[in-house]
Design a protein around this ligand. Sequence first.
Ligand code: EPU
Length: 339
Amino acid sequence: MNSLNLKYNVSLKEKHTFGLEASAEAFVKIQNVSQIKTALQLPYKSKMVLGGGSNVVFTQDYLGLVMELDIKGIQVEKEYKNSIHLKVGGGENWHQTVLWTLRNNYGGLENLSLIPGKVGASPIQNIGAYGVELKDIFIKLKALEKSTGKVKTFFQKDCQFGYRDSFFKNKGKGKYIILEVYFSLTKNNHKLNTAYGAIKSELAKKKIENPTIQDISKAVIKIRRSKLPDPKKIGNAGSFFKNPIISKTKFKTIHKKFPKLVHYPAPNGKVKLAAGWLIDRCNWKGKSIGGIMVHPKQALVLTNQGKGEAKDLQKMIKKIITSVKKKYDVSLEAEVNLV
Ligand code: EPU
């Protein structure tokens, strides 16, 4: 099917998990490559691709065409003695894909359970949680180049993965539409990642000594549910800010003043700080501006209490950034994409 079901003046409130009121001048659901090509020919100046809407916040009406990617399919592409290559359509829901792999006992995605969004968005910010990042199981992806309409293959090195970062957030920003992603998963001898403190204690609580990948997924789901609000109930976009990465010298200065500073080693001798800790120590937990609230259980998450407005969100972002800068001399950056 090549024809498009174009709609006009469509509300985006239900299309992004933060749930602010905004509308799109035009909106279309895309199910295959030929539909993308047709949509790209339409005479709108701005066009954007929307995945699950869990990492984008619409703060104003979108003047242009919003293309919601809905390319489906989960398929074992190659099978080896100990592993498989899985091909997944960009429009598949991330968590449903993780559950599919667990039902088939393929290992590798279990720590990434319950992350909202779609598979096509997962490489853009190299999603990660509880000691695993997408890049650890990623083989390649296929993406359509908007300017030429050609489908290109990107391997690990082409994607330039970093912490919540990739080529698609930098040089490749806005230039490609991710169609399908390929993962390398284990069939047996699964490599378990249980080092993360919260997972360890969750397994210990249940007295599980030799966890399966399904046990790990269950533990991750439990931890996430206990700290992170369910976007179906309370509008949110997961971690709102990135954990800042600073130089060792700067870290030493701050650490001297604040010995409890939560920090992790980062590549190239740098240090990563926990943004949630910094925001928490500036007393933001549970605070509101209008209908926007800092989640009482996790300061890194901002929520829309129902009737939240963009102006209040903007105010909140500014105030949080200013207070962390003032107290710790660290600049926070949004992890979500503000449109
Ligand atoms: N902390 C506080 N107060 C808070 C929040 C956190 O003191 O309000 C402290 C925690 O006690 C902990 C540290 O800060 O010592 C880090 O917190 P946590 O382990 O909850 O993880 P995070 O750094 O806040 C990151 C990811 C999450 C991911 C978790 C688990 C980013 C921006 N966020 O959060 O990803 O689920 O680690 O791996 O990297 C997302 O990207 O949307 C997301 C939820």
